[in-house]
Write a protein that binds this ligand. Structure first.
Ligand code: GDP
Length: 308
């Protein structure tokens, strides 16, 4: 069994490649839930949805979120009724959030709800929320603190960030199956997801980070930035706000207690020696993924490092 840690967009690209290169039933995915939020009274889990839609062949690859060819009639109607509609929810996408919310209202856990939805959509890989308890990523800005979705979607990540917090994380527990998956993993892959707001909340859940540091399995990561800039989104900005350098060395240092091998961009090869000093092996390659062929090639390279 291979275990992958991921957020949404960047991680989903590698997950798609991995699921095409190995038996998807051999892949267990631990997913960030710090971005979860209630919209229109519904529990939305953006990262779990992106991974589920990707593996179910439903994802809108152009947008990187939501269901391909979806329509937005319900959202338009909600807007007419006075609702706040800056967070876009498509008509077919809404069915997922309605179903998840119904399951939660019926007393199911987020893990159970996630498992039922992924099975119904024909996804063979196991998708585990990092925790069944609410952990909320809060972004502190000079204008006050906001949720991650308010920062990322509504404010288009423009406010200056002073700090990032994961409310509720100290008292949270790993979701059912998370620690077992790590203990039984042949290899662990840290996807190219935002180190602060996607991988950060997962490893902040008490017990998860120590399980990674203690595992005998190889832990291989792919960097989500090239040079000092994220391929997309605010990872570089949030790293600096959290006191890390956005360089390949900075990301390596962020993961230094659990990462064995780091796959970084060819453009960053001058940092290989500095990263080796942090006791992490490095391999350089083209880490950009645009086509399915790119995703599969990078997945093969990660799997080769795992075997090594
Ligand atoms: P989020 O939950 O939507 O923020 O998704 P993730 O955290 O999983 O993904 C965001 C990260 O993916 C950003 O830091 C991007 O730089 C990174 N990313 C996006 N596309 C690519 C790519 O093609 N290759 C790599 N290596 N990283 C990427």
């Amino acid at each position: 069994m291979i275990v992958a840690l991921t957020g949404g967009t960047g991680g989903a690209k590698l997950i798609e490649g991995l699921a095409a290169e190995i038996d998807p039933a051999e892949l267990t995915i631990i997913c960030n839930t710090g971005d979860d939020e209630i919209f229109q009274g519904l529990h939305v889990s953006p990262d779990i949805d992106t991974i589920t839609y990707t593996l179910g062949g439903l994802i809108d690859t152009a947008k990187g979120w939501g269901i391909k060819d979806d329509t937005f009639n319900a959202l338009q109607q909600l807007h007419g009724l006075g609702a706040d509609t800056w967070f876009k929810l498509g008509d077919r996408d809404l069915a997922t959030h309605i179903t998840r919310t119904r399951f939660l209202n019926e007393g199911l856990t987020l893990s159970d709800a996630t498992d039922r939805i992924r099975r119904a959509l024909g996804v063979k890989s196991i998708i585990l929320p990092m925790s069944d308890e609410r952990v909320e990523t809060r972004v502190e800005t000079q204008q006050g603190q906001i949720s991650f979705q308010e920062f990322f979607v509504r404010e288009r990540w423009s406010p200056e960030v002073t700090a990032i917090r994961f409310d509720g994380v100290e008292s949270s527990h790993p979701g059912p199956g998370v620690l077992e998956a790590i203990h039984h993993a042949e290899a662990i892959i840290v996807c190219p997801s935002n180190p602060i707001t996607s991988i950060g909340p997962i490893v902040a859940v008490p017990g998860i980070r120590s399980a990674f540091t203690e595992t005998a399995a190889a832990v291989v990561g792919v960097r989500p930035l090239i040079g000092s800039t994220a391929i997309s989104g605010p990872a570089h900005k949030l790293m600096k706000a959290s006191g890390w350098k956005a360089s390949a060395l900075g990301v390596a240092q962020c993961y230094s207690d659990f990462l064995d091998t780091f796959l970084i961009a060819e453009e960053d090869k001058d940092l290989v020696e500095a990263i080796a000093a942090a006791n992490i092996e490095t391999a350089c390659t083209n880490i950009r993924m645009t086509t399915l062929a790119d995703k599969r090639r990078l997945a093969r390279e990660v799997l080769a490092l795992v075997e090594k």
